[in-house]
Design a protein around this ligand. Structure first.
Ligand SMILES: Cc1ncc(COP(=O)(O)O)c(C=O)c1O
Length: 315
């Protein structure tokens, strides 16, 4: 056809990562301090976990644990489950996801539309119960658990991709702010950035004790993620759920970025970090998009101080 230029096509798995790093020009409290956000919501399923799911599945294939027609079993309360389902579909594997109770309903809808089988564990069992159930199910089905909380690949994928992308985009990073869930992001990216600037401040963000916040875990609650390199952290900051949700709303209203609740927490921490600096560049992770949370209207509950916020896992 005249005037038609063939366009380049890419597989879905190859477009994971390479997410935008955008400057939050309307939010920096000081002229000399610039804040840049890594928009992980731009991944195919809308979260940073696409990177991890692809790497873990590729690992399992290359070391022979996962063979043609095999089944992946993973415990997740959201982003990882959706990412695993997408990667499984792309690579032709079956996937079964174990969910704890109290999951954002749209996450279940996403898993349903991706056609994976969903199992739910007892309400009292929590995330630990979901992990145990996934282990049992995998043993019964001869399936493979990817174990994002234990696999070093969850760190190296961020060192090799997320961290490298940030280091290549900015001449200098003075502070890096990320949420702590498995600890993979903050450890992998933090290591990479410390190599380029030994003085970079690495700030880990966790929910307030006893609170639930999408993707993040409170170390004070007694859970120390095995992958988290505590020596790497310059500072740990706790942010409460209502502040995180309100800050996520402010992010949308000031910058036009609709990100998830953990981005509200990391953005709040980045603003606090900015107050301590005279000049320099801050990079903050926005680990997922906020669209899937809209039907639950967390913003309204946060303003009303609604106790129902505690009933849902915000990740
Ligand atoms: C939305 C969100 N933010 C932050 C994190 C934390 O990332 P990591 O597990 O790499 O510590 C997660 C992890 O699940 C997440 O889903």
């Amino acid at each position: 056809m005249k005037g038609h230029t063939p366009c380049t096509t890419h597989s879905l798995l190859s477009v994971i990562g390479h997410t935008p790093l955008v400057e939050l020009t309307r939010s920096s409290p000081k002229e000399g301090v610039r804040i840049f956000a890594k928009l992980e919501g731009n991944n195919p399923t809308g979260s940073i976990k696409d990177r991890v799911a692809r790497a873990l599945v590729e690992d399992a294939v290359s070391d022979g644990r996962l063979k043609e027609g095999g089944t992946i079993v993973e415990a997740s309360s959201g982003n990882t489950g959706i990412a695993v389902a997408m990667v499984a579909r792309q690579m032709g594997f079956d996937a079964q996801i174990v969910l704890p109770q109290g999951i954002v309903p749209t996450i279940c809808d996403a898993l349903n539309i991706l056609g994976v089988q969903v199992h739910r564990c007892e309400s009292y069992a929590g995330m630990k119960g979901a992990i145990d159930m996934a282990d049992e199910l995998a043993a019964r089905l001869g399936g493979v658990c990817l174990q994002q909380f234990r696999s070093e690949t969850n760190v190296s994928v961020h060192y090799e991709t997320t961290g490298r992308e940030i280091a290549c985009s900015l001449e200098r990073v003075d502070a890096f702010v990320a949420g702590i869930g498995t600890g993979g992001t903050v450890t992998g990216v933090g290591r990479r950035l410390r190599e380029t600037n030994p003085d970079v401040r690495v700030v880990g963000v966790e929910p307030q004790m006893g609170e639930r916040l999408q993707g993040l875990k409170s170390i004070e609650d007694g859970f120390a993620p095995p992958l988290l390199d505590f020596d790497l952290l310059s500072r740990r900051l706790m942010v409460d759920a209502a502040t995180s949700i309100r800050t996520a709303r402010r992010l949308a209203q000031v910058e036009g970025i609709v990100a998830g609740m953990s981005a509200g927490a990391t953005f709040h921490a980045a603003l606090r970090e900015a107050e301590r600096m005279e000049r320099g560049n801050i990079v903050v992770m926005f680990s997922d998009g906020g669209w899937k949370y809209l039907p639950v209207r967390p913003w309204d509950s946060a303003v009303a101080g609604d106790s129902e916020l505690d009933e849902i896992h915000w990740w």
